[in-house]
Design a protein around this ligand. Structure first.
Ligand code: ADP
Ligand code: ZN
Length: 434
């Protein structure tokens, strides 16, 4: 078993708690003393740094929200002078106005350190050639994965997104063994490769994919692995944390969260109280050592649960379960909660259709109507009307069974729905509420 930083990664849990408490106390004392934003928030909540006597006392501290970042745009929340900031990134703004984040030299080092631990835990070494097909630029994915892989000593191929045919050629020519990209882009690549007559399993050396930046399911993992023979790992992060940085290990039973970098809580979004390990809720994070742009009890909005059971890999940090969606990507259709990940999960059980889909929600005569456009697999595509009607009925039946609402299904020709190189956008909500 290879570790990047064994002492830290395998530290006994009791010792972790002591060190985390120490880091938390120092962080809070420093922010209270030096930063207006944090001080005001704590004064409003009536809490002082000396009230943090145990790790559990973290719940006394106020929450931070994305709105705080927007209100303090661009740099009012930075806690170091701008000449110590060596990089900006801007989040993709999936849920509204983009937010700006900044990094000191140390922040960048820790981001790469987190990735180096993660990649090593999945077997990446200096012998690997890693293709980074996340967007480079304002988005954190490209540069994040890039420096993480370089730190491990892998040879990085910085393709970024787009020009998929060329990407496949380079993958073959340069013996790429690992790739980092969104799951939707990998699916697209697999399709393009197939059209070019390239079989990823036989015609490339690809062994591992690090897929993230958007939710994906176990069904999608199986689909990708069956189609390519590679191993697909979940990679998680968000701009406010630094970027993509945490992954599963070879055991693939939850995402390891380095205890010296991020402290995690999971709460019930309504009561705002912590939920027990194993129970789903909203992720809340505190970055224990960020300098330019710290976060304390930040409401991430992603839905997950904490896993406390020790991992077979020997790492002692807590893990979080695969993110099943964001509290704000949940659609409420006729009063029923629907997550796009549930739709994906259901589609992957039906052999005739692919996992390329689009959800369209309308409000017709004051009723919500959900239309699901889904592509047929090439081998299932037929011009026999009865056959197509049977498939459509099957999809409608499975959706009704799983989601508990009636869904109008439209079957589409293979390859006809939009493809995504970065984060996918699979929901069009056209409802207006006058
Ligand atoms: P934005 O919030 O503007 O999309 P980011 O690019 O920082 O900006 O995206 C971070 C978000 O992407 C996360 O909060 C999460 O919702 C989603 N995400 C990232 N990685 C994963 C993953 N592996 N599984 C599910 N969702 C993910
Ligand atoms: Zn593990």
């Amino acid at each position: 078993m290879a570790y990047w930083n064994k002492e830290i990664e395998c530290m006994p849990p009791e010792r972790i708690k002591e060190l985390q408490l120490d880091m938390l106390q120092k962080l809070i004392a420093n922010l209270y003393e030096k930063n207006q934003f944090y001080r005001n928030k704590m004064v409003q909540k009536g809490v002082k740094p000396e009230d943090i006597k145990t790790l559990e006392d973290i719940t006394k501290l106020p929450f931070m929200y994305k709105q705080d970042l927007r209100d303090n745009y661009p740099t009012k929340m930075f806690t170091v002078p701008l000449n110590d900031v060596v990089r900006f990134h801007v989040s993709s703004g999936t849920t509204g106005k983009p937010t700006l984040v900044g990094y000191t030299r140390n922040d960048l080092d820790y981001w790469s350190e987190a990735l180096a631990r993660s990649l090593t835990s999945c077997g990446v070494t200096d012998e690997d050639v890693m293709q980074v097909s996340y967007g480079y630029g304002l988005f954190t994915g490209g540069l994040g994965a890039h420096y993480g892989a370089e730190k491990v000593g892998a040879t990085v191929l910085p393709t970024g997104t787009g020009n998929t045919e060329r990407q496949i050629e380079l993958m073959q020519d340069l013996g790429v063994t690992a790739i980092a990209c969104t799951p939707s882009y990998l699916i697209h690549m697999i399709d393009v490769a197939r059209e070019k007559g390239v079989d990823i399993r036989k015609d490339t050396k690809l062994k591992r994919a690090f897929l993230g930046a958007e939710p994906w399911t176990e069904g999608m993992r199986k689909h990708i692995e069956d189609a390519t023979g590679i191993k697909a790992y979940d990679i998680y992060g968000m701009s406010e944390m630094a970027g993509p940085m945490y992954t599963e290990c070879e055991e693939r039973n939850g995402i390891h969260i380095p205890w010296d970098i991020m402290y995690v809580e999971v709460i019930d979004p309504e009561t705002e109280q912590p939920v027990p390990a194993g129970q789903k809720g909203e992720l809340v994070v505190t970055m224990l050592r960020k300098e330019a742009f710290p976060l304390v009890r930040y409401r991430v909005k992603d839905i997950t649960n904490v896993i406390l059971e020790p991992c077979k890999c020997g790492r002692t940090s807590v893990r979080i379960a695969r993110i099943t969606g964001r509290t704000d990507d949940m659609l409420i259709i006729r009063g029923i909660n629907v997550f796009p990940s549930q739709v994906e999960h259901t589609l992957l059980q039906i052999p005739e259709v692919s996992a390329s889909y689009m959800i369209i929600v309308d409000r017709i005569n004051s009723l919500d109507v959900m239309t699901l456009q889904v592509e047929l697999k090439p081998e299932a595509f037929s011009d026999k009307v009865e056959e197509m009607t049977a498939v459509k009925k099957r999809v409608e039946y499975e959706m009704k069974k799983y989601l508990n609402i009636a869904v109008k299904v439209e079957l589409k020709e293979p390859g006809s729905l939009p493809r995504f190189e970065g984060k996918s956008k699979r929901v069009i909500d056209r409802r207006t509420y006058e």
